[in-house]
Design a protein around this ligand. Structure first.
Ligand code: IMP
Ligand code: MG
Length: 179
């Protein structure tokens, strides 16, 4: 285990199980529809790669978005800006946003509004982790892997100052490693 990790929250087998359960729900709910899966970079990339290979919706495409907010290393701020947009025309289609973690909700509530202006059939949110106690915007995930408390976690795509994304598990960062 990485020396800066205090404890593991989800190991590789648990991650695989969580992702397959989410894919089952998505496959059931979107069967026979036109689905645009949108990965939110960078944090969602590893989760998306594992989730997407389990999506069996026939009429399904993939795109990516990047949004930045001027916050600290562990917190986003209210001012969000889209730096890479979805290229595909989403009007009349179902959009599923795939994110690593829903924290204050600043990022996803902005992105959801932003995409809603293009007349999609629906915009829903799939997040691997949710921290409801930290919410500042009224947004709830439609698909959620795990609800966690007010912890800062890294690995499996999630970073602290761009590090630890490569860890194959998700763990809590030691407090002495933050800052
Ligand atoms: P929000 O806009 O506050 O909901 O923040 C969402 C983004 O903050 C996520 O996409 C992550 O990039 C980052 N984030 C929030 N909590 C954590 C965490 O515990 N570990 C790593 N990144 C986090
Ligand atoms: Mg991040």
């Amino acid at each position: 285990m990485n020396q800066n990790i205090d404890r593991i929250i989800l190991d590789e087998a648990q991650l695989e199980y969580t992702v397959s359960k989410l894919a089952q729900q998505i496959n059931r709910d979107y069967a026979g529809t036109q689905l645009v899966v949108v990965g939110i970079l960078k944090g969602g990339f590893m989760f998306l790669a594992d989730l997407f290979r389990r999506i069996e919706v026939e009429n399904c495409t993939l795109d990516f978005m990047t949004a930045t907010s001027y916050g600290s290393l562990t917190e986003s701020s209210g001012s969000v800006r889209v730096t890479k947009d979805v290229a595909e025309d989403i009007s009349g289609k179902n959009v599923l946003l795939v994110e690593d973690i829903l924290d204050s909700g600043n990022t996803l509530s902005y992105i959801k509004e932003y995409l809603m202006n293009r007349n999609p059939l629906s915009v829903k949110v799939c997040t691997l982790f949710d921290k409801p106690s930290r919410r500042r915007k009224p947004i709830t995930p439609d698909y959620c892997g795990h609800t966690i408390g007010d912890l800062f976690i890294v690995g499996y795509g999630l970073d602290y100052n761009e590090r630890y994304r490569n860890l194959p598990y998700v763990g809590v960062l030691k407090s002495e490693a933050c800052g």
